[in-house]
Write a protein that binds this ligand. Structure first.
Ligand code: ADP
Ligand code: ZN
Ligand code: MG
Length: 499
């Protein structure tokens, strides 16, 4: 969809967006109410037990670590932590839930009333604060596979299979206030939340595997109106880009409906990444009747304020603070600092490399990470943890360049080989005999031969054609098989030509 179409719509209508973000607490070794392991994939229905299968007589036991992760999430997003809270049963009939109810939270969530400030756009962007209504804890459902349905949907399927491995996984749900106004703000919010969850270590937040799932509630209203419009809820976005694009699509779709004299109906819509559009799933669910009631198999929680304080002490450095530290301690530009601190694994990588190379080389480390390394990861669709490139290698490559052992151009070749083989840069340089020659005497000898072989060019240069310096540098470098230090070659040639 065209960008200017969205801009045109947003000039007339204000979009109102609230997000519901589910995050599986993959940091937990076990499920929410039983001892089954939490993991992704595997043979269907192998990580199950009487509790997560909902067999009669099985009793749930709450996972304390999962509750602690949730309270940490609340503390990191300025929420109030409830000292009294409780699980409820949410009834619904669908085969992905073996009990026909999901243990969730209702009016007594663990966390509520938080907020998160986001920065939208780079330099010259703006800040806005998004209210966080609540964060509660529940158990994830099983997974349905609709065989024969397109895009895994039930329409057109011949039959459905169900895998309960995921059922019972601790699932944190965060709900925002309808404070978000643009697709970009929605993307920024989700990104920032992910970076906080990663810093806390709650989850791997893998949107493709579904350990972080962002649903967007979208409505529009004429600019200046105060009443909220009718919203649709868009699901099935498995990347930040999909979130952005789905919200943008939905805003324009609703504007088209209103402009055509129609009414937006409250419904759940499905983002089709292939067709790049949303389509209606079900519309009659306005009055959910989940018949919530307190989970009778578990007593309510009464938390100690000291327990909450002890968790607050466990809060690690969050991405914003880390970014500010990178700026203050290493003099990194804000842009670099923000990128490096946003992804926890990347931040750790960076700090490890800086630890080895020294703080005065932090900028060079950042350049390699945000340049070659990022490009490489992007091309491979890989995470930093998946590569053979480790922090000491980046530190070493920076040292080789800074110490003048190899040129910046050679360093790129070394990097490429290192990425392929996982070999240390020093070893690659050795093996290729790639050492950069900075020795003035050696370069002078080659330069003298080059000047002697090209008397006409030397005369032209001395007569004022100073652009010929490139010709001489090129000739010397060729002679030296690219191993001459370009700066030294340049200096030597100029001295010999002009002296
Ligand atoms: P529902 O009853 O449909 O679950 P809620 O009031 O619980 O709706 O809100 C769910 C999410 O939808 C929240 O993130 C909230 O901020 C957002 N939301 C509520 N009303 C609107 C609206 N009119 N437009 C956009 N988002 C909305
Ligand atoms: Zn189980
Ligand atoms: Mg609701």
């Amino acid at each position: 969809m065209a960008k200017d179409r969205l801009a045109e719509v947003l000039a007339r209508y204000e979009a109102v967006i609230g997000l519901e973000i589910h995050t599986e607490i993959t940091a937990s070794a076990t499920k929410m109410f039983c001892g089954c392991p939490v993991a992704f994939g595997g043979e269907p229905n192998t990580r199950v037990c009487p509790v997560c299968l909902g067999l009669p007589g099985a009793l749930p036991v709450p996972n304390q670590a999962a509750i602690e992760w949730t309270v940490l999430a609340g503390l990191a997003t300025d929420c109030d932590i409830a000292l009294a809270s409780q699980f409820h049963r949410k009834q619904y009939f669908y085969p992905d839930m073996p009990k026909d109810y999901q243990i969730s939270q209702y009016d007594l969530p663990f966390c509520s009333g938080g907020s998160l400030e986001i920065e939208v756009g780079d330099e010259g962007g703006y800040r806005t604060t998004v209210g966080i209504t609540r964060i509660h804890l529940e158990e994830d459902t099983g997974k349905m596979v609709h065989v024969g349905g397109s895009e895994g949907r039930i329409a057109g399927a011949t039959h459905s299979l169900v895998d309960f491995n995921r059922a019972g996984t601790p699932l944190m749900e965060l709900v925002t206030e309808p404070d978000i106004r643009t697709p970009e703000e929605a993307r920024c919010f989700a990104r920032k939340l992910r970076s906080i969850w990663l810093a806390l270590g709650i989850s791997d937040c893998n949107m493709e595997e579904g350990s972080m799932r962002v649903d967007a509630n979208v409505s529009i209203r004429p600019r200046g109106a105060t009443e909220l419009g009718v919203k649709s809820e868009v699901k099935n976005m498995n990347s930040f880009k999909a979130l952005h694009d789905a919200v943008a699509y939905e805003i324009v779709r609703q504007a088209d409906v209103l402009d055509g004299g129609g009414r937006v109906v409250q419904e759940t819509r499905h983002w089709d990444a292939g067709a790049r559009r949303t389509s209606g799933l079900r519309s009659k669910e306005e009055a959910h009747d989940y018949r919530y009631f307190p989970e009778p198999d578990m007593v309510p929680f009464a938390f100690d304020p000291e327990w909450v304080d002890s968790l607050a002490c466990r809060l690690p450095e969050l991405p914003d603070a880390r970014r500010d530290r990178y700026i203050a301690a290493f003099g990194l530009p804000k842009h670099d600092a923000a990128l490096l601190s946003a992804e926890y694994a990347q931040a750790c990588f960076f700090e490890e490399a800086v630890e080895i190379a020294g703080a005065d080389r932090a900028k060079q480390i950042a350049n390699w990470m945000l340049g070659e390394l990022a490009a490489r990861l992007n091309a491979d669709g890989a995470e930093i943890a998946d590569t053979r490139i480790r922090p000491p290698m980046i530190a070493e490559i920076v040292a080789l360049v800074e110490d003048g052992a190899i040129s910046g151009k050679q360093a790129k070749d070394v990097f490429a080989e290192m990425a392929e083989t996982g070999d240390a840069p020093g070893a690659i340089v050795e093996a290729a005999g790639m050492k950069q020659v900075s020795d003035t005497a050696a370069i002078e000898a080659v330069a003298a031969a080059v000047l002697e072989a090209n008397p006409n060019e030397v005369a032209s240069y001395r007569a004022g054609k100073s652009g010929l310096i490139g010709f001489f540098v090129g000739a010397v470098m060729r002679e030296m098989r690219g191993q001459g230090n370009p700066q030294v070659v340049n200096d030597v040639l100029r001295r010999m030509l002009e002296g």
